[in-house]
Design a protein around this ligand. Structure first.
Ligand SMILES: NC(=O)c1ccc[n+]([C@@H]2O[C@H](COP(=O)([O-])OP(=O)(O)OC[C@H]3O[C@@H](n4cnc5c(N)ncnc54)[C@H](O)[C@@H]3O)[C@@H](O)[C@H]2O)c1
Length: 249
């Protein structure tokens, strides 16, 4: 029986690497897609089972064609996890057209193109799962990260609309909405004890009093793409220590 293939974008660090660690094993082949060949090969080599890494820039509109061609060589495409994303901070008056377009290109356009490419093979197979990594900032307002928060809100609606369009085809489409998580994206550019202090400060504003560890997000992602979540579609699932309740710490 051919392998069921899971495509995971942005798997070389942070939440993506944690999801890859949760999913790798005998039940599925994993195709990791990201920019950094060296880091990607190292992640793939560290995981058990049939795991490959494909270097690509998701801002390139031709990337999905290459990714899905490689996935088809590995088996039947069953799951797509759109995890890759970027954050460029700034309020409206601090956001250039170039920054706005860069964020929309990677966080929204690439997710749309990858998801569109997944529908045909999943429909043909009679089953499929798409999981988008959004953010709690898709659910509540954020200060000083306008383009990023708007991009993640777009992903929330892409998730819900695609879920209803394709539910009758056996394709489940959900989003996970992580809160602040201890990855290279958080407190980027700050290192050492200053970074630890900044992360503690961010955590203090969250009801649970801390930021998430990547594995805490990875475990929920693994559940959502598993058959245990067989009646879930169109869901936006916060994994945010209570942040999106809006009550604060
Ligand atoms: N860390 C947080 O606090 C947090 C909170 C909510 C949501 N998220 C989301 O989680 C996802 C993973 O982020 P992370 O926190 O692990 O950060 P990260 O920076 O460690 O990971 C981002 C990944 O996306 C990849 N990527 C970025 N641009 C790409 C491109 N053009 N082509 C291919 N790959 C590209 C990077 O190489 C990296 O592997 C993102 O979508 C992010 O928006 C993160």
């Amino acid at each position: 029986m051919p392998d069921r293939v899971t495509i995971l974008t942005g798997a070389t660090s942070g939440i993506g690497a944690a999801i890859a660690a949760e999913l790798a094993g005998p039940d599925r082949a994993l195709l990791l897609a990201g920019r950094r060949q060296h880091a990607g090969d190292a992640v793939a080599a560290s995981l058990p089972g049939n795991v490959r890494f494909l270097a690509c820039d998701l801002a390139d509109p031709s990337a999905p064609e290459r990714i899905f061609a490689t996935a088809r060589e590995m088996g039947t495409i069953h799951t797509l996890i759109n995890n890759a994303g970027i954050l460029l901070p700034g309020r409206a008056d601090e956001t250039s057209d170039a920054d706005w377009n860069r964020i929309m290109d990677i966080n929204v356009n690439a997710v749309f193109r990858m998801s569109r490419a997944a529908i045909g093979p999943m429909r043909d197979a009679g089953a499929g799962v798409i999981l988008n990594v959004a953010s709690d900032w898709a659910l509540v307002a954020a200060r000083g990260a306008l383009a990023y928060a708007v991009s993640k809100a777009a992903i929330a609606q892409l998730t819900r609309c695609m879920a209803v369009d394709h539910a009758h085809e056996g394709i489940r489409i959900n989003a996970i909405c992580p809160g602040d998580t201890d990855t290279p994206m958080l407190a980027r550019g700050v290192t050492g004890s200053a970074r630890r202090a900044r992360i503690a400060e961010i955590g203090a504003a969250i009801p649970m009093g801390r930021v998430a560890q990547p594995a805490e997000v990875g475990r929920v992602a693994a559940f959502l793409v598993s058959d245990a979540a067989s009646f879930m579609t169109g869901a936006l699932v916060p994994v945010d220590g209570g942040n999106s309740t809006g009550v604060g710490a």
